[in-house]
Design a protein around this ligand. Structure first.
Ligand SMILES: [Fe+2]
Length: 249
């Protein structure tokens, strides 16, 4: 693991080494996560072969880790918060697998992967005291954390990311169909495809991952919760996501 304090103190000349480390670390984590998810796919019955996932996933990780904007952005996340970095990779792996099940073409998948891996980029601008708070956030803290999608969008744009779909996934992954999400209170059709997909992958990973202050939820319990209307995720996509996971057990 790269020590974030160490990374902060690297000289300018050492930045390329840092970037190489981030690329390597991202590849290792990505492959590990992909392997873990693939283990879940062990007795898959609905899809004939997972070979296409292997091949595309490999190309995807090469694409993502060779993109300068993405690596600079990942660097921002990693220096700040290791959990968010691994969460971002998990969400990207889920999103890419899911995108393949949804039969997105190669270009769409690449954009989806980039959007997913950078969805929490804005958290790099929010104090760790709030991000890692053990307990309920107060009103002011919640208002601060609600800024991260917009901050991520601004950072991504400043780093040269122009694709509107990628940007919408970053800015709108906390929007919900009932208009009660943030930051723009989008409602129904205003909510685009990428943020709908990333929202599902994001919530699923957050619920099923162990944190210092909580045990991981089982897949069953996570799905039960995600199906509740109160979460206002896209019901059709959620059903397909659940099928992807359940038929793989
Ligand atoms: Fe987020």
């Amino acid at each position: 693991m790269i020590n974030s304090e160490f990374v902060k103190h690297l000289s300018r000349d050492e930045q390329h080494v840092k970037n190489d480390h981030i690329i390597e670390l991202t590849k290792i984590l990505y492959c590990k996560t992909a392997d873990n998810i693939k283990n879940v796919f062990s007795s898959i019955t609905t899809i004939d072969s997972l070979d296409f996932i292997d091949e595309n996933a490999k190309e995807m990780v090469d694409f993502i880790t060779n993109d300068r904007c993405t690596i600079e952005s990942l660097s921002n996340i990693l220096e700040h918060d290791y959990y968010t970095h691994t969460h971002s990779i998990n969400v990207a792996v889920y999103a890419i697998f899911f995108g393949q099940i949804l039969k997105l073409d190669k270009e769409e998948l690449e954009y989806l992967g980039i959007s997913a891996i950078l969805h929490d980029l804005g958290k790099s601008k929010i104090t760790l005291d709030i991000i890692n708070k053990n307990g309920k956030l107060n009103e002011e803290e919640f208002a601060t954390i609600k800024e991260h999608p917009r901050l991520g969008y601004e950072i991504a744009k400043s780093l040269g990311i122009k694709n509107e779909k990628v940007l919408s996934g970053i800015k709108h992954h906390h929007e919900r169909l009932d208009g009660k999400g943030y930051p723009d209170n989008l409602i129904n059709d205003e909510l685009k495809f990428f943020p709908r997909i990333i929202a599902i992958c994001d919530v699923f990973d957050a619920l099923t991952t162990k944190r210092s202050y909580k045990e991981p939820m089982s897949t069953y319990d996570a799905f039960k919760l995600m199906k509740e209307d109160s979460l206002h995720l896209d019901a059709v996509l959620l059903r397909k996501f659940m099928q992807m996971m359940v038929h793989t057990k």
